[in-house]
Design a protein around this ligand. Structure first.
Ligand code: DQA
Length: 142
């Protein structure tokens, strides 16, 4: 697997979760579109979601052991709270690319800070599914 695409808490509810913010595209649809984009670029993608911070940390370590080309991560609310995800990003070799469906900077103040973003090589946000597709293109260009 060349890309790990990791998704954090509540993203399993996409489709019905606050559609006025996140749209109606489901996580399964994002997974399918990412798989197609990766294939088109000659990459493979392992697409996962967890509501648990430690599981996301474990998956980052796994991507490191697997010598993944890059980790694309929508850490969801853990973006704004998790030093553990930041430390994991700093501890591993694969570059980390941050993605968000919405643009956290145009939302509540508490979403303005991204911990993992401090260790990310790029961030794609505010474009829904396209944020993920642009991140895959950036990973292919690394
Ligand atoms: C999000 C933005 C976060 O602030 C929020 O907690 C999410 C989703 C996004 O993709 O827009 O759960 O990461």
């Amino acid at each position: 697997t060349s890309l790990f695409i990791l998704n954090g808490p509540n993203l399993n509810l996409l489709g019905t979760r606050e559609p006025e913010i996140y749209g109606t595209t489901t996580l399964a649809e994002i997974d399918a579109a990412c798989a197609a984009k990766a294939r088109e670029l000659g990459l493979s993608a392992d697409f996962r979601q967890s509501n648990h911070e430690g599981v996301l940390v474990d998956w980052m370590h796994q991507a490191h052991k697997a010598k993944a080309r890059a980790i694309i991560i929508n850490a969801a609310a853990y973006t704004h709270t998790s030093i553990a995800l930041l430390d994991a990003a700093k501890a591993i070799t694969p570059p980390v690319i941050e993605v968000h469906l919405s643009d956290p900077h145009t939302r509540e103040e508490f979403r303005h800070q991204s911990h993992i973003g401090q260790a990310a090589v790029a961030c794609f946000k505010g474009k829904g599914l396209a944020s993920y597709l642009e991140a895959i293109e950036a990973a292919a260009a690394l």
